[in-house]
Design a protein around this ligand. Structure first.
Ligand code: PMP
Length: 437
């Protein structure tokens, strides 16, 4: 039987770093987590060990693994003949149903990943305003392309000098940073200053309404309302990136739950039922700029492939069942009630922010973080120890370089699964309590 290490050794000879996505190297294990099978709330490693999955495909597997409704959709796609690069009635049905759920969505287009979705929508926002600059928020993540993989996660030394946005990967031309204006989260004055200085050249303000990608930071009361007002007054498009938050707590996403409607948004991950599907949507006057309705290009051989489209319809059908969100809420109550007790019992300096089926583990704090810099207290080495100790006990938390990452569960997780995860966390965190104070 192969081991993680033997598979890693083989894979590294043909795949850079042994993986197809940089974050798949799990530093807590020293190898990627190579999986042979997945079903419901469980994944099996190639070593034959069974785990409760608390990664859930980074939030894409809200239906869990191999959900029967998704399996039926896959068979249906084969029956229809895997018609792709054509439109079908299913595309219109999925579009119509999503527009009915998401408050800002008057029109919608589909693609495969979150990275693609932000790329195409940024182009439309620029075309709509005739402006090029982007105000973005530190700690927020919007995909890996050159247009926006800048200024998101600067190291501590760089946050003081916001006029020179941090390039997040070698190979991104420094000239792209000329278009990016980074601001801190939850700081209305900083946004007002950025708009006063750059507003006439700024196409959009882009942010995660809930900042999953830096420790689950919630917007302060009134912050999103102020962002809405300031962008509207300046003729700047307000762009919510809901790739992560869409459908986690309700079908309307964070914009519905928090009561602030952007001009446009991206949605993704969960909507494909585990298959690669993402979307961008918004006001008709912006979205109708896309060809052939308007002049802006968005095209692709595999756009809205029939398999993910049918899986997306299956996902919506499941999410529309009356017990879907109550069941997720029950798991949320169980998990967070238990975690709060563990934190109190061992007197730990950590917080576990939540939004629906996703949560973050942020070490080194006892009060909510309000901005990206507040997450610098997080001890990555200790996080790796926690992830490894949970792994040894059959609970899989993914490692994102030890950062204050997001984790979660699915509709197929049971209260017993959550109970087992809590028992493991109690034991592991109890053993590490001296370093977690
Ligand atoms: N935006 C947000 C808010 C995300 O969380 C992610 C993925 N973590 C992306 C964009 C990029 O999505 P993808 O990995 O599908 O390209």
């Amino acid at each position: 039987m192969p081991t993680l290490q033997s598979q890693y050794d083989k894979a590294r000879k043909v795949l850079p770093g042994g993986v197809n996505s940089s974050v798949r190297l799990n530093r807590a294990l020293g190898t990627p987590f190579y999986v042979s099978r997945a079903r419901g709330s469980r994944v099996w490693s190639i070593e034959g060990r069974e785990f409760i999955d608390m990664c859930c495909a980074h939030g894409a597997a809200l239906l869990g693994h191999a959900h029967p409704a998704v399996e039926r959709a896959l068979h249906r796609a084969v029956e229809v003949g895997l018609a792709h690069s054509f439109e079908t009635e299913y595309h219109e049905e999925l579009a119509r149903k999503l527009c009915a759920c998401v408050p800002c969505a008057e029109r919608i287009r589909f693609c495969s990943s979150g990275t693609e979705a932000t790329l195409h929508l940024i182009r439309a926002c620029r075309a709509f305003t005739g402006r090029d600059k982007i105000i973005r928020v530190e700690g927020h993540f919007h995909g890996y392309h050159e247009l926006i993989y800048i200024g998101g996660h600067p190291p501590a030394s760089c946050t003081e000098n916001r006029t020179h946005p941090y390039l997040e990967s070698p190979g991104i031309p420094a000239a792209f940073a000329d278009f990016i204006i980074p601001i801190p989260f939850n700081d209305v004055d900083a946004l007002a200053r950025a708009i006063a200085e750059h507003g006439r050249e700024t196409a959009m303000v882009i942010l995660e309404p809930i900042n999953y990608n830096s420790g689950g930071i919630q917007p302060r009361p009134g912050y999103l309302e102020a962002v809405r007002r300031l962008t509207k007054d300046a003729g700047i498009v307000l762009f919510f990136d809901e790739i992560q938050s869409a459908f986690k707590k309700s079908p309307g996403g964070a914009q519905h739950d928090l009561g602030v409607t952007p001009d446009v948004c991206t949605i993704g991950k969960a909507i494909g039922g585990g298959l690669p599907l993402s979307a961008f949507c918004g006001r008709a006057d912006i979205m109708d700029l896309f060809q052939p309705a308007g002049p802006v290009q968005h095209s692709g051989t595999f756009n809205a492939h029939l398999i993910p489209v049918l899986a997306g319809l299956a996902f919506l059908e499941e999410a529309a069942k009356p017990d879907f969100y109550p069941r997720l809420q029950q798991l949320e109550n169980l998990f967070h009630g238990g975690v709060d007790q563990i934190i109190a019992r061992h007197d730990l300096g950590m917080i576990v922010p939540r939004h629906g089926a996703r949560f973050n583990i942020l070490l080194g704090r006892r009060t909510p973080a309000e901005r990206y810099e507040d997450t610098f207290c997080h001890d990555r080495a200790v996080m790796l120890k926690i992830i490894k100790a949970c792994y040894d006990r059959g609970v899989y938390f993914h490692d994102y370089g030890g950062g204050p990452a997001h984790h979660g569960y699915s509709i197929q997780h049971t209260p017993e699964d959550i109970g087992r995860v809590l028992d493991v966390l109690d034991e592991v965190l109890g053993q590490l309590k001296d370093v977690l104070r």
